[in-house]
Ligand binder design. Structure first.
Ligand code: ADP
Length: 996
């Protein structure tokens, strides 16, 4: 079934219309039609849905050309075919010009089908073209609108590098109207720094026209500012419709700025994280919270570099303080499960083992969908705070101790007088078991109502006024009713802002002190009474004392005078005692001292040995002129009976004339002295005899020039005392001089004797040796036999000769020593060796006499600096004597060191010079149990020829020189010989020498 063809037939002849319809059907169309023949009907039937209008060219009231016009006027584009009986060429042209689709002659209607088909085809083609045109137009409009309204701009550059096109948005983006810049070279407006890069891109674009490139560069806005541009650039030079390089560009200045801002913010954030004074970390959400990131601070705080810390994700666990490990891991688990941050505190060890306290806050960071990503944490070094807390804790503890150690009640109360702090003493006083038991309570809970009220009122007053109570002493009953005295301090307590928040109380229990004070008061009262009594006694005693003091002072003045004199006298006495045989200085000293003491003039007169003459030997005067005058007058000796001195010398009595008149003086004085009288006068005179051992030596006289201070008897006694001492000194000096002279003579004589003995002994020894020698020869019977008598006598001769030789040798030695002719050779000598040498010779002698002979000496050698021969000689003498003066008995020789401090007294048996305490002493002790020596004989043994005058001694051969010689030698060796002996019991001679 073909689609129906809607046809409007404009025809007044229905047959003609049928004919046309017939033709249409024949041609295969299925016409649905309507026939009209007036303009009105036509207009009413016009409908865009019509497919075809068939119009008879001429109608009675209407015509086809008019219908065509109306159709066009309606704007309808329906194929319009004119059918006419007859029609001229010109009409056909006019119809076609007016838009008719075709033109047919009625008798040739057979063509109608083809004409309609063609018209419909034409119409369809036209409609399609129209639609295509409309589509094109619409698309172009859209495209243009797009370009014009797009945020991006488009420019095109032709092959010559000039701007060929700029989209209108260029005005908005870069401020240029396209017309302003078309034809310009865009590189002029490009930032010089970016041109190079842009050229690079364009080069690439030319080489690879199929690709699109993107470039960012700065382009100058019309307002002069540089804008960042991002262009997508395509090479469409080869596209004929374009023939240009197309820049699709947009302003990205803000994006650039945002990027820079972002970068800056990121840097800032990173700096912040890295320099925040805390360790910032990120950790995985695994069981051990493995480290993912840590900031640089880890090095400053823990000593591990950032890299080291991150390289070992478990490092943080290794550095964790072992005691805190479990707690921290539990914290990690909690943090993983929590939406909020989890805080914890723990310790870590630094690289070098220091403990650092951290306060940590960690939170799980999640993505936008709430999925957990990692753990983010921050660790703050809170070591200082921890220490401070510990300190605070310690301080609190100390404070507590302090409060508890105080013997006083110490407490703090709030503004309502309730206890905040109290020590044990307070609790005890309140009758509570412990300080805690009274906290929060007030005095009303413990004391009777009235007492508590009183305290409350007082404390409220203190807190209100700020006026403290300090040191108030008041009796108070404790809860048990016992009375105590308390010394109270109550102060208001302020907080940091100065607000009163309570009060401080310190109460000292001073009951004991109060009691003591009471006692003291009582005692004081008693004491005061006693003091009053005593004061009266004292006043009396004082009056007596005053009187006594006056008396004493007078006495003291007198004593002082005596003392002064005594001192002078002592000084004088010292001078007199020290006086040597020089007499004149002695006389002068005496005279000067006496003038000093008794003034004004003094003369010392000495009597000649024959008592006939006197001479003034010393003069002193307080006045230099008086001194000179007296010297001039009293030079010559004068007769021993003249003047006052004569009187004194003759009578032996002192003369005291306290007051003397000029006449008396004139009469008494010796004539030579008179000019002095005339010049100075004499008001008082005193003269005493100078005596020594009952003999008068001269006089000592004094006189005063002026009256007023007469000499007294006390002065006389004093002067006589001085005169007696002076007399003795003078006598001693004289004796000393005489003795010196005698000694010098004796020494001379002794030396002469020694010299004589020395020469004599020498002279004697020669013949004596001959006698002994020849006697020996005879006794050996070399010249011939001897009879018994001869032999006996010759033996006596020989023994006597030998004795004489010993005597002479000893004398010779002694003489040599005493004349100072001995030269000792001092060298270190071993004492044991010397003793051995001596004993070797003498032991047979002792054994002959049946004595026990022993030597005792320390094993270690004792060395002395000595002359071997002299030491040997002393020992020979001592040991020989011991053997000689012992019959049957013991002789012992001992060598020993003297115990320190056991040095026997220096005066004992004579001290040799050079033996002083600090030196070590060596003793050669020779003991015997022989005849012994009486004490009174002991001293003389050491003198020449000193032998004890007893039969026992006389019976033994001896010279009495040995000990004398030994002592002299000992002295020369710097030592001494000591002796202890008892008659009949034995003797001990000890030679003492200095060791070393
Ligand atoms: P002599 O040659 O007489 O022994 P000394 O000078 O040696 O001379 O002695 C003097 C005197 O000292 C002796 O004569 C004797 O009286 C007495 N004497 C010395 N040694 C001893 C002694 N060991 N026992 C008793 N008397 C002694």
């Amino acid at each position: 079934m073909p689609a129906p063809l809607h046809v409007l037939i404009l025809e007044d002849q229905p047959d003609d219309a049928e004919l046309a319809l017939h033709e249409l059907r024949r041609a295969g169309f299925a016409p649905e039609w309507r026939r009209v023949d007036t303009e009105a009907e036509y207009l009413a039937a016009l409908d865009p849905a019509l497919d075809l209008i068939l119009a008879d060219y001429s109608l009675p009231q209407f015509d086809a050309l008019r219908a065509l016009e109306l159709l066009r006027a309606r704007g309808l584009d329906i194929p319009f075919i004119i059918v006419s009986g007859t029609i001229g060429e010109d009409i056909a042209v006019a119809a076609m010009q007016r838009g008719a689709a075709d033109y047919l002659i009625k008798d040739r209607l057979a063509r109608l089908g083809a004409a309609v088909g063609h018209a419909l085809q034409q119409r369809r083609l036209q409609a399609e073209k129209l639609r295509a045109d409309q589509l094109l137009k619409a698309s172009e409009q859209r495209f243009r609108a797009l370009i014009e309204h797009a945020p991006d701009g488009i420019t095109m550059i032709d092959g010559g590098g000039k701007l060929q096109y700029a989209s209108p948005s260029t005005l908005r983006i870069l401020g240029y109207d396209p017309s302003e810049i078309i034809g310009r070279d865009p590189s002029e407006l490009t930032h010089p720094d970016d041109i190079e890069r842009l050229w690079q891109v364009l080069n690439d674009l030319v080489r690879h026209p199929e690709q699109t490139f993107t470039a960012q560069y700065r382009f100058r806005h019309k307002d002069g500012a540089w804008r960042w541009i991002e262009s997508t650039i395509s090479n469409l030079l080869a596209e004929p419709s374009v023939g240009a390089i197309v820049f699709n560009y947009r302003d990205i200045t803000e994006r650039k700025q945002a990027e820079q801002a972002l970068r800056a913010a990121e840097t800032k954030y990173r700096m912040l994280i890295e320099h925040i004074p805390a360790i910032v970390y990120q950790a995985a959400l695994d069981e051990t919270s493995s480290t993912l990131y840590v900031n640089e601070q880890v090095e400053a705080v823990l000593g591990f570099t950032q890299a080291e810390w991150v390289a070992d994700p478990q490092r943080w666990l290794k550095q964790l303080h072992p005691h805190d490990l479990d707690q921290v891991l539990a914290g990690v688990t909690r943090a993983h499960a929590s939406d909020t941050s989890i805080r914890s505190e723990f310790r870590m060890l630094t690289r070098d083992g220091q403990v650092v306290w951290f306060g940590d806050e960690a939170i799980v960071v999640r993505d936008a969908d709430g999925r957990p990503l990692f753990l983010q944490g921050i660790m703050l070094d809170i070591t200082a705070r921890k220490h401070a807390e510990e300190m605070l804790e310690t301080e609190r503890y100390w404070l507590r101790i302090l409060i508890e150690s105080l013997p006083d009640l110490v407490f703090l109360k709030d503004t309502e007088s309730r206890f905040i702090i109290a020590n044990k003493v307070t609790a005890q006083f309140m009758g509570a078991a412990s300080p805690e038991a009274i906290l929060g309570k007030s005095d009303f809970d413990f004391y009777p109502q009235d007492v508590a009220a009183q305290h409350y009122a007082e404390e409220q007053q203190i807190m209100r006024s700020g006026e403290p109570v300090i040191g108030r002493e008041k009796p108070q009953r404790d809860v048990a009713g016992r009375l105590h005295w308390l010394s109270t301090i109550k102060l208001p307590l302020h907080d940091h802002h100065g607000r009163t928040i309570g009060m401080i109380g310190i109460e000292q229990n001073i009951t004991a002190r109060k009691q003591a004070e009471d006692q003291i008061r009582q005692l004081n009262a008693d004491l005061e009474q006693r003091v009053a009594d005593r004061t009266a006694d004292l006043a009396r005693a004082n009056a007596e004392l005053q009187a006594e003091i006056v008396e004493r002072l007078q006495l003291e003045a007198r004593i002082k005078q005596h003392a002064d004199r005594a001192i002078e006298l002592a000084e004088l006495a010292r001078l007199l005692a020290e006086a040597n045989r020089e007499l004149q200085p002695l006389f002068d000293t005496i005279a000067q001292h006496i003038v000093q003491l008794l003034g004004d003039a003094c003369t010392l007169t000495i009597l000649s040995d024959d008592w006939k003459l006197m001479q003034v030997k010393a003069i002193a005067h307080v006045d230099a002129e008086g001194m000179a005058l007296m010297r001039a007058l009293l030079t010559e000796p004068y007769p021993a009976h003249e003047g006052l001195a004569g009187l004194v010398v003759q009578s032996g009595q002192a003369v005291l004339m306290p007051l003397i008149s000029a006449e008396q003086a004139q009469a008494r004085i010796k004539p030579a002295y008179r000019p002095y009288l005339a010049r100075f006068g004499m008001a008082s005179v005193l003269m005493v005899p100078l005596r020594a051992r009952g003999r008068i030596l001269g006089t000592l006289g004094i006189s005063r020039v002026e009256a007023g201070r007469p000499y007294t008897e006390a002065d006389q006694l004093f002067l006589q005392d001085v005169a007696d001492r002076a007399g003795l000194a003078i006598e001693n000096a004289r004796l000393f001089a005489a003795e010196q002279q005698a000694r010098a003579e004796a020494e001379r004589a002794n030396r002469a004797k020694s010299a004589f003995l020395a020469s004599m002994s020498h002279e004697l020894r020669t013949p004596l040796n001959a006698i002994i020698g020849f006697t020996g020869t005879l006794l050996m019977k070399l010249p011939g036999p001897l009879n018994a008598d001869q032999e006996k006598q010759l033996t006596i001769v020989q023994r006597s000769g030998k004795h004489l030789l010993t005597l002479i040798n000893d004398l010779l030695d002694l003489a040599r020593i005493e004349s100072g002719n001995v030269e000792l050779q001092l060298e270190p000598v071993v004492c044991q060796d010397v003793i051995a040498g001596v004993v070797e010779n003498l032991r047979p002698l002792a054994e002959q006499k049946g004595q026990r002979f022993a030597v005792v000496a320390p094993a270690e050698p004792i060395v002395v600096s000595s002359d071997q021969r002299a030491l040997g000689q002393i020992l020979i003498n001592l040991i020989n004597n011991a053997i000689k003066y012992t019959d049957a008995g013991d002789v012992q020789v001992e060598l020993r060191r003297r115990a320190q401090g056991a040095d026997q007294s220096a005066e004992h048996a004579g001290t040799a010079p050079g033996l002083s305490r600090p030196e070590r002493l060596v003793e050669f002790v020779v003991r015997d149990t022989g005849i012994g020596i009486r004490a009174e004989d002991q001293a003389k043994l050491f003198t020449e020829f000193g032998r004890v005058a007893s039969a026992e001694v006389r019976a033994r051969e001896g010279t009495g020189l040995g000990l004398r010689l030994s002592r002299q030698l000992a002295t020369l060796l710097g030592g001494r010989i000591e002796l202890q002996s008892e008659l009949g019991k034995g003797s001990t001679f000890t030679l003492v020498l200095i060791e070393g």
